[in-house]
Design a protein around this ligand. Sequence first.
Ligand SMILES: Nc1ncnc2c1ncn2[C@@H]1O[C@H](COP(=O)(O)OP(=O)(O)OP(=O)(O)O)[C@@H](O)[C@H]1O
Length: 314
Amino acid sequence: MVTKAIEFKNFTKVFGSTIAVDSLNLDIYEGEIFGLLGPNGSGKSTTLLTLSTVYKPTRGDIYVYGHSVSREGDIVRRYVGIAFQEPKALWIDTPYELLEWHARVVGYSRSEAKQVVKEVMEQLNLWEHRKKMFYQLSGGTRKKIEIAKVLIQRPKVAIFDEPTAQVDVITKHALWDIIRGLREEGTTVIVATNDMFEAERICERIGIIFKGRLRALGRVEELKDQIPGGDIVEIQFEGDEEKVKRLLDSLSEIGKYQFSDHRVRIYLNKGEEKAVEIINNFTSLNIKVKKVMIQEPTLDDVFFYFTGSMLKEG
Ligand SMILES: Nc1ncnc2c1ncn2[C@@H]1O[C@H](COP(=O)(O)OP(=O)(O)OP(=O)(O)O)[C@@H](O)[C@H]1O
């Protein structure tokens, strides 16, 4: 049976006159990597900060394994660990002190804390930075310190707010492996990102949030299939263009098509399945197929379709 790790029930958060998140209803299942996507200012951080009990909902509620973030914050905090966009405990001077303090807060004894902090700092290549002051660290290193907090805590629900913004490409792949590793151990992972490539690489399901509202929800492939005429099948052929035209007009579920020099570009859904049917029809009409290309929409196309906005727009 699929267990719901998190349930957003009509969750709404208002700051003054700004509705940061508006009536969010969403279930996240145990053991999945869920991507929360949206342009800047769309409500991702507000959602995650409320889930991790930093904020309280204005209306509605969020449940973590059945426990309300509004009424049972202490219990929720035992389940949830969050890597913020930036380290926030700036009353502490060095990464080592911050992580040791964090390890103690989440329940390790003094000697266990020392051990786990060293292990995780080594895993993330942070050990050499342990005694530096925060202001001396690069953006990517600060990011890794936040991720180290989650690896130390090993929570049942791990939240990463833009985990790979500002990190180099090698570190990015290493962090994705770490996130997948957590999932393998049964952790439920939520990743907020506006990096479509990242979402496609690691997330099993995604939700697209825009201006505080959930606009789309599903597996990446499902969302791609929701764009009308989103796939393009391009066929290069030898034979009569008129015959091809008549054929395409007789087939169902075909959107627009365009001819140019014995090539036809056909806009449709489920391109891979439909291409086989089209090619079989070409063959039965003695039209020789020379080349077939299928283009799927990218996740960027999905994003533009559901938000009608550019990714980095405010
Ligand atoms: N503490 C706050 N006080 C007032 N307004 C806030 C506060 N936090 C967020 N907002 C507003 O709520 C809206 C959603 O912001 P939020 O930070 O949740 O978006 P986001 O999707 O995480 O953006 P980004 O990708 O830039 O981090 C924005 O209009 C923002 O200005």
